[in-house]
Design a protein around this ligand. Sequence first.
Ligand SMILES: Cc1cc2nc3c(=O)[nH]c(=O)nc-3n(C[C@H](O)[C@H](O)[C@H](O)COP(=O)(O)OP(=O)(O)OC[C@H]3O[C@@H](n4cnc5c(N)ncnc54)[C@H](O)[C@@H]3O)c2cc1C
Length: 458
Amino acid sequence: MDSVKETDVVVVGGGLSGLFAALTLRNAGHEVVVLEARNRVGGLTYSPMSKVLAARVDLGGQWAAVRHKRISALIAKYNVPLTQQFVRGERACLQDDRTFYGAMGTVPGLSEKEAAEYKQGLKRLYDAMDKIAEDPWESADARDLDSMTFATWVDQEPTGPRARASFFRMPGAYYGALAEEISALELIHKLKSCGGPLWMSDAVEGGQSRHMMGSQMVSEGMARELGDAVKPSSPVRRITTAGERVTVEAEAGTWKCKYVVCATSPAMISQISFDPPLPAKRRLLHQRFANGRNTKAVIIYEKPFWRARGLNGNVIATDGSLTAAYDLGGENPDRGILITLFTGTPAYRMDELAPEQRKQRVLGLLAQALGEEALKPAEYMDQVWADEPWSGGASSPFMLPGAMTTIGPELREPCGPIYWAGTHMSKEFRGYMEGALSAAENAAERISERLRRGAGQA
Ligand SMILES: Cc1cc2nc3c(=O)[nH]c(=O)nc-3n(C[C@H](O)[C@H](O)[C@H](O)COP(=O)(O)OP(=O)(O)OC[C@H]3O[C@@H](n4cnc5c(N)ncnc54)[C@H](O)[C@@H]3O)c2cc1C
């Protein structure tokens, strides 16, 4: 079989995690090949060109906080444009046919009673986060929390509908999940390990304080360094382990190697055929790791017209119509640049619409929040991540009730020579770009150590 090539490690998936794992292994002196299904690298970071701006815009991940050390270092290394989030002015909050305006960090239009309920709910959430262990299945009340959805947990202390909606929004914002489907343990653990919801949504100093314009450039930079080792348009179909050797069959050819890093979402791993099959618990884990829904739009205007009205372009909703909109134009933009996010419940309402209806819905909501000028954009583009065959959803895989306490402990364990990466594997900043890099580093260092010692499989 002349066409079978040899390498130390095959990485499945050329998103941030796969590429960073490959680079870490290469820098440690090992031979790697990255097999990527799409004809581009970057996975959930995708930055097409805007014709009007003549610059890249982001239909996937793009905010990166200072605290996200690994991604921040790569942004600097590859000179990816990074902009401080524009926040001057009021935000808007949609509730059916009404729009409320108020300060960032608040839910505009809440009555005094609703605001007190929201504050009390946040305190309850932070108290619950305090009790969660680093490995969540080790928490004292792990079984209780994992036996219910986040919706059930929120409803244990009934609140009015608008305060309730502010909590139901969280699984969508951070996973693309519905409150009615995600394990309460999974969500509360994630909130804790990612800095807490107040920091995560803080657009001044926290998780949404800086955004790239062209986040895919990070992956492109890593792919450039890796050169010929990156094989796009190469979906992996089959992984066969025999003794100390693994054979990886992909569209681009067949490789024999010592180790494999699978850096795709669990739903995508389930589409690969493993011989021998993965252990039953691992297969169950992949099935109980669901994908959420996330639909993002980028809308360019001649001018950021909302700023003249004292608005900062940030829109939220307590009626489930949209997750958020942000002004990404920075301090002195030539054009108005907005993005909208529809995640979880709002995405379910959006995703079934035909493209033109979807566009009209986005523009209609922006017009309600910011003014009629929103109906006349210079450019519009969107991406329904649930329809992307090599992602199958976004923004991050999440566990269904019952999974974390029963099969969660298997999460980071390799299956012989097959190691796992991808943002869902990370101990810190799970679901973020930073989490993708952290999980990659962990898998690469473990493999590198074994290769250095000439050790057999785990
Ligand atoms: C709309 C949106 C907004 C987001 N916002 C932010 C944000 O602001 N900040 C932030 O930090 N994060 C954000 N995220 C999340 C962030 O983008 C992801 O956490 C991160 O990019 C995941 O990287 P990954 O490498 O783990 O996975 P992926 O990007 O999913 O990469 C997996 C790769 O594997 C490939 N693949 C799948 N199956 C196969 C196969 N069989 N063979 C070969 N290749 C395969 C896929 O094509 C893909 O390229 C957002 C995501 C979305 C979608």
